[in-house]
Design a protein around this ligand. Sequence first.
Ligand SMILES: Cc1cc2nc3c(=O)[nH]c(=O)nc-3n(C[C@H](O)[C@H](O)[C@H](O)COP(=O)(O)O)c2cc1C
Ligand code: SF4
Length: 514
Amino acid sequence: MKSKYPKIFEPITIKRMTIKNRVAMTPMGTNYGETSGEMSNRHMNYYSLRAKGGTGLIILENANIEYPVGSNGTSQIRIDHDSFMPRYYQLVENLHKNGAMVAIQVNHAGASASSARTGMETVSSSNIPTKAGGEIPRPMTKEEILTTVKKYGEAAKRVQAIGFDAIEIHCGHSYLMSQFISPYYNKRTDEFGGSVENRLRFPKMVLEEVRKNVGPWFPIIVRISAEERVPGGNTLEDTLEYLEYLDEYVDMYDVSCGLNPSLQYQIDSNFLPDGWRSYMARAVKNKFKKPVINAGNYRDPKVVEKVLESGDVDIVGMGRGLIAEPNWVSKVQNGEEEILRKCISCNVGCAGNRIGVNRPIRCTVNPAVPEGDIYKKLKVNKNCNVVVVGGGTAGLEAACTAAEVGCNVFLLEKSGKLGGLSTFISDLPSKNRMKDFPKYLEARAKRLKNLYVFLNCEATVDKIKQFKPDIIVNATGSVPVVPPIKGTQGKHRSRSCRYHFRDDSESKSRRIPG
Ligand SMILES: Cc1cc2nc3c(=O)[nH]c(=O)nc-3n(C[C@H](O)[C@H](O)[C@H](O)COP(=O)(O)O)c2cc1C
Ligand code: SF4
């Protein structure tokens, strides 16, 4: 059968690596690592699920090449010593078995490290913190720069020996390489600062050393912040100029965006459209004639196909999209688009945990991160009736989960439609993405023959008793707070009240059609 999305499923070869489709999981720190810096079992499972879900290329989260000074996060993975190799080997073997190609992003955090964790001063090109209020770093000495170059080379040698298919060098997002490349951070006056050539000297030495260690046929990917979007930072035009100093070592560019002070463009805010940064990838590709990866709120397969077809992008990068939906590729391939659990770019469960409070990542729309839906195997062994009161997102998730483990589920919703507040709030243009979540839940619910939905149905005690419940789930949600500000009490308030206090005189039992 002809695929609806032929471009997504077209293989691509970069040097000796052939990727079966055009979807790459971009590197994302998880905080799942052991405190030793080794990969944990949780890690193994998390990445395996994304490989099983059909992802073509998985680029592992940033791994530290120089410990402790280059550390990033509480439980970051490390690649600065041979002792870390056996675990990576297991992972790579596992992901290969599931059909994915595997790369790893190697990195030195520079001023983004934390002295409280490393027990030493943070280092950078100059003394500029990576964000306002951040730690003030110490400029690196020339000897330190030379040591770090060697460390990158040693890490690259390990990457190749382990059996990874490619290596990604992180040159963006306010980490050490970017702290030298960007005039926003680099205020040096020696041969590593000032002119473009000088600012690029250290990253160029790193790439040269990496190439020396991996040989000519091993793919090197370079991740950049093509537009830094900070005052005095690199523009796209500047990037096209500075890449001339790196290009001879690069096989593919991973065109990202933003620094720490412009995080909303790096880990894209929800109001930014799917694939909004593809013009940056096109500019890099046009100039250097090399394949490009590009991430940034890609969630909709139609947009992914279109961008690939246009040739702006060769591989679509998906970060949070694959946290929320590990089976994005296989569902698209199997025509199950309506049950794609699309990331809503809320940055609460993932970035909020990992970057905000240094905890392991979770996902607002997918409670089964990181374990996966193993709960589905735990079927109830006797008849169990569950009444869920409230058809918002929490009620729907609870109802679907209960039905998936074999309960008879009766969901009672007072209003005439499902989705609750999230449907209402997502009418705001900047919150539009949130609509995807109730839409997905409703589609998932429709597929469950043992889940019965009653709309316009107020859950009185008598009504609930009719279902002889073994379990009652109260998911009546919340009522929006309307601040006592003049002008907010009119139409806006009456609309939310109408929604919440509708009478159920027209209540009728209704199974979701389909
Ligand atoms: C929790 C989290 C951790 C991230 N860690 C990294 C990282 O280690 N290296 C990196 O280059 N980008 C990192 N990113 C950025 C993603 O790779 C990706 O570029 C970004 O989230 C935008 O793509 P998306 O909209 O598909 O998520 C991280 C993003 C998130 C949400
Ligand atoms: S927590 Fe929010 S932003 Fe992160 S993956 Fe889940 S839905 Fe997306």
